[in-house]
Design a protein around this ligand. Structure first.
Ligand code: 3HC
Length: 708
C-alpha cells in the first residue's frame, strides 16, 4: 500500500488515514492508497465500521491541481470514490480544516460525516474554471437541497461546519479531536448494527421546481459571470443529477469536466493559482534571511490610503499610531475609518465589539516622536517628491534603529526618497491599492539599497495582513502603474478620434475589465493622474494629444465622481450618465488638433489598450522590474481588475499568440502615432521565434534574481 494512506484498527473500527503534506491533495498516490485500503477492508473479517480522516492541518483540500496539466494517472476519481461508497460497512468521514473540491467529494462519498467545529466544506472548482469532477455535482444535491447545492458551488465559498450540520451535510459536529469524535460516532453505528448509507442511492432534494430554478440561475450567471463557460456548464451538470439516474449523471459530469479542464478559462485560472503562490519565492534571496517582527505600526498621513492601511493592520491585531500635520486631518481620518467599520457592522460582516477593539488599536498623534517605537512606519501622503523627502528626513530622526520605513508611493523614485535618510537599507516601497483595506494586492518595491531582511519582512507583512505581495524594482510606476500608462493613453486618444467614453469603457468592460479606465479615473479623481503628470512633465512626449482629454477635464474642474461630473455625469447614487457635452468637447478638440477621426470600434479599442499594456509588460521583464511574467499577471488580476479568467495580461498575450500581437503593433506603428508603437525587443524576439512569455519564463531559471 502507498505509504500516504495507512490503515489501523481500534477494536472493530478500521481507521483509514491520509497523510500527504501540505494539504493532503488527492494526487495519484492518495488515490491509489485509498483504493487499495478500501478494497482490502471489504474482505477483512470483523470490521464493523470505517473512519476516514487526515493527518496534518486539514482534510483533503482538493484534487491535485498540478495533475490537470499532466493528466490523471489511474486510478481515477470515480473508481476511488466508488470503492469508498461501495463499502459494505458504514464509512464515516472525520473532517477537520478545509474539505475542499475533491476533498469534499470524498466526504460526500462517505456514508456519514463528522466535522470539527472549525471545519469548512466547499467546492471552489469554479475559481479554477472547472466543475466538481469527482461526483460532487451529483452527490451534493442528494444530501442538501438543490438550490443550496447550486449556491454553494456557484459561490465557491466554503461553508462552516455549523451550516453543514444545519443543511444535513454533516451528521455531527464535535469540538476537540475530530478523529475521536468520528470514532465514537462509528462505534455507535456499529453498536446499532447500522449499514452503509450511500449518497448515490438517495433522491435529489428539493427538485420540485427544478426547471424554473435552473432558468433563474442561468440568467443570474449570464449576468454576473460574463464571458465564462464553467458556471453555465456547472448548471448543466447539476441538472443532470435531477434528470438522470446517478451513473448517467456521473457520465454527464465527466464529459463536461473533460471539456473544461483543458480550456483557456481553466488554464488561465490554474496559472493564477500557482502564480499567486510563486510570487513568494524570490530568486536569489536566501531562505536563511529571516524577517524582522512587525508588532507595532506607524502611519504618516491620515488620508484615504493611510486610513485604509491602518485598518489592514488593526484587522490583524497590530496597534497603529497615525501621525498627521493637523488635528482636523486626524479627526477626519479617524472618522472615515470608523465609518468604514460601521458599514461592515451594518452588513453583518463585523461585530460591534470587534469594531471597538479595532478602533482601540488606532492612536492618532500630531507628534512624529510617537512613531519612535514602531517596527514599521509607512508614509502614505500624496504623490509629491519634496513632501516625501521632508517626511523621510523627519522619520530618520525619530524612528528607532532597526525599524523599517516604507513609502506608499505609486510612481516616485524610491532610491531618491531613501537617499535622504542615513539608512537607505531600511527603506522599501509598499504600494497599496485603494481602498487599501479591501484590495488584495501589495506591490513591494525593492529599492537599490533595500536590505534582504527588509524585503523578507515586506513579504511577511503582506501575509500578516492577508495581501498578495508582489516584488518589483524601482522605475516610474513600478509594475502596475507603468503598464497602466500606455493602456490609458490609448483609451484617452480614442476619445479624440471620435469614440465616446461609453464606447471606450464598454469595450474594456466587454473584454472583462472590472471597470473601464475612464470610469476608474472618475472614481479615483481625474486630478490624480494629472498631478502625477505635472510632477514628471519634463519626461513626457512632446505631443499635444497626449492625455489631452484628461487635461481638459482638469482645466474645467470636472474631476469625476467627487465633482459630480468627469468623463460622465453622476447622479446622487453615483450612477454613470453619458454626458454629450464632454463628448462634443473632446471630439471638437480632436478635430482642432487634426487627429484622424478613425471612430475606433470595440475590437480596435481593446487591441490598442491591451497590446500597448502588454508591450510595456515585456519591457518591464527585459529591465528586470518584474521578476516573472506571472508576477505581472498577479499584479493586474489582484490590483487592476483584469479578468482572472483571462489569466492576466501576459498569460492573455500568450493565448492570443505573440506573433499576432507583434504584427498588430507593427500595423499600429504604420497607422497610428509611431512614437508609441515600437515593439519591445523581448516581444519581438519571442514573436519571431514563435515562443511565449511562459516558455521564456520557464527557460530562465534564476536569471533576474534580486541581487542582495
Ligand atoms: N493541488 C495542488 N497543490 C495544492 C493544492 C491542490 N489542490 N492546494 C494547495 N496546494 C499547494 C500550494 O500550491 C502550496 O504549494 P507551495 O507551498 O509549493 O507554494 C501549498 O499546497 C500550500 O498551499 P497554500 O500556500 O495555499 O496554503 P494555505 O494554508 O494558505 O491554504 C488551502 C490552504 C486553503 C487548502 C489553499 O491551498 C487552497 O485553497 N487550495 C486549493 C483548494 C482547491 O481549489 N481545491 C479544489 C481543487 S480542484 C478539485 O478538487 C477538482 C475535483 O473536483 C476533481
Amino acid at each position: 500500500m502507498a505509504e500516504v494512506v495507512s490503515v489501523s484498527m481500534s477494536g472493530d473500527i478500521a481507521l483509514v488515514s491520509i497523510d500527504s503534506p501540505p494539504v493532503n491533495a488527492m494526487d495519484q498516490k492518495v488515490r491509489a492508497g485509498l483504493k487499495q485500503a478500501f478494497e482490502q477492508l471489504r474482505t477483512r473479517q470483523g470490521v464493523k465500521a470505517i473512519v476516514l480522516g487526515c493527518k496534518g492541518r486539514t482534510f483533503v483540500a482538493g484534487a491535485d491541481i498540478k495533475e490537470f496539466d499532466t493528466g490523471i494517472a489511474p486510478p481515477g476519481y470515480y473508481e476511488v470514490l466508488a470503492a469508498i461508497e461501495d463499502s459494505p460497512c458504514p464509512v464515516v468521514a472525520a473532517v477537520h480544516g478545509t474539505a475542499l473540491g475533491g476533498g469534499m467529494e470524498i466526504a460526500l462519498a462517505c456514508h456519514y460525516r463528522v466535522a470539527h467545529d472549525g471545519a469548512r466544506f466547499g467546492l471552489p472548482e469554479l475559481t479554477l474554471g472547472i466543475i466538481p469532477g469527482a461526483g460532487g455535482t451529483q452527490r451534493l444535491p442528494r444530501l442538501i437541497p438543490l438550490e443550496a447545492a447550486i449556491d454553494l458551488i456557484l459561490s465557491s465559498k466554503p461553508m462552516p461546519a455549523a451550516k453543514a450540520r444545519e443543511l444535513g451535510l454533516a451528521d455531527a459536529v464535535v469540538s476537540g479531536d475530530v478523529a475521536e469524535g468520528a470514532l465514537a460516532f462509528a462505534r455507535e453505528l456499529a453498536a446499532r448494527g447500522a449499514g452503509p448509507r450511500r449518497t448515490r442511492d438517495q433522491a435529489v432534494l428539493g427538485a420540485e421546481n427544478a426547471a424554473e430554478l435552473f432558468e433563474t440561475k442561468r440568467a443570474q450567471v449570464a449576468k454576473t459571470m460574463r464571458n465564462r463557460q464553467s458556471p453555465l456548464a456547472l448548471l448543466d451538470a447539476i441538472e443532470a443529477a435531477v434528470k438522470l439516474p446517478f451513473d448517467q449523471g456521473l457520465k454527464a459530469e465527466s464529459a463536461i469536466s473533460d471539456r473544461l479542464v483543458p480550456a483557456t478559462e481553466a488554464r488561465a485560472l490554474r496559472h493564477l493559482f500557482f502564480a499567486e503562490r510563486e510570487v513568494r519565492r524570490i530568486p536569489g534571496l536566501s531562505a536563511e534571511v529571516k524577517p524582522r517582527p512587525v508588532t507595532r505600526l506607524g502611519i504618516v498621513g491620515a488620508g484615504t490610503m493611510g486610513g485604509g492601511i491602518s485598518m489592514c493592520y488593526a484587522n490583524a491585531g497590530v496597534p497603529v499610531t497615525i501621525v498627521d500635520a493637523t488635528q482636523a486631518a486626524l479627526d477626519k481620518g479617524m472618522a472615515t475609518v470608523r465609518k468604514n467599520y460601521e458599514r461592515s457592522v451594518a452588513r453583518g460582516s463585523l461585530k460591534p465589539e470587534q469594531m471597538e477593539q479595532r478602533m482601540k488599536l488606532l492612536t492618532p498623534s500630531l507628534d512624529y516622536a510617537a512613531l519612535g517605537e514602531a517596527d514599521l512606519v509607512i508614509e502614505a501622503v500624496y504623490e509629491n517628491m519634496a513632501l516625501k523627502k521632508e517626511i523621510f528626513a523627519k522619520l530618520d530622526a525619530v524612528v528607532r534603529k532597526g525599524a523599517i520605513i516604507g513609502t506608499n508611493t505609486s510612481t516616485l523614485d524610491i532610491d531618491e526618497i531613501a537617499a535622504v535618510t542615513k539608512r537607505p537599507e531600511d527603506v522599501v516601497g509598499l504600494h497599496f491599492f485603494s481602498p487599501a483595506n479591501v484590495m488584495p494586492l501589495l506591490e513591494i518595491v525593492h529599492a537599490k539599497r533595500t536590505a534582504p531582511d527588509v524585503l523578507v519582512t515586506a513579504l511577511e507583512t503582506a501575509k500578516q495582513i492577508k495581501k498578495t505581495g508582489v516584488v518589483a524594482k524601482v522605475c516610474y510606476g513600478f509594475i502596475g502603474n507603468r503598464m497602466m500608462d500606455p493602456y490609458a493613453r490609448e483609451a484617452e486618444h480614442c476619445l479624440l478620434e471620435g469614440a465616446t467614453p461609453e464606447q471606450v469603457d464598454g469595450a474594456l468592460e466587454q473584454f472583462g475589465m472590472a471597470m473601464g479606465i475612464l470610469a476608474v479615473f472618475d472614481m479615483a479623481g481625474v486630478d490624480i493622474g494629472y498631478l502625477t503628470r505635472l510632477e514628471r512633465k519634463h519626461l513626457l512626449p512632446d505631443d499635444p494629444t497626449f492625455y489631452r482629454p484628461d487635461t481638459m477635464l482638469n482645466e474645467r474642474g470636472w474631476l469625476g465622481q467627487k465633482a459630480g461630473r468627469g468623463y460622465y455625469r453622476y447622479d446622487s447614487a453615483r450612477k454613470r450618465i453619458p454626458d454629450p457635452e464632454v463628448v462634443e468637447l473632446l471630439w471638437a478638440e480632436g478635430k482642432r488638433l487634426k487627429v484622424e477621426q478613425r471612430k475606433p470600434g470595440t475590437a480596435e479599442i481593446q487591441e490598442r489598450c491591451l497590446y500597448a499594456m502588454i508591450n510595456e509588460g515585456a519591457r518591464l521583464l527585459e529591465e528586470g522590474v518584474a521578476l516573472r511574467a506571472s508576477d505581472i499577471d498577479v499584479v493586474y488580476t489582484s490590483g487592476y481588475g483584469f479578468p482572472r479568467y483571462r489569466g492576466g495580461p501576459m498569460f492573455y498575450a500568450d493565448t492570443v499568440g505573440l506573433k499576432a500581437i507583434y504584427e498588430r503593433i507593427l500595423e499600429f506603428r504604420r497607422t497610428l502615432d509611431p512614437q508609441y508603437w515600437t515593439p519591445a525587443p523581448l516581444l519581438e524576439m519571442l514573436a519571431l521565434a514563435g515562443s511565449s512569455f511562459a516558455a521564456w519564463q520557464a527557460g530562465r531559471g534564476n536569471q533576474g534574481a534580486i541581487s542582495t
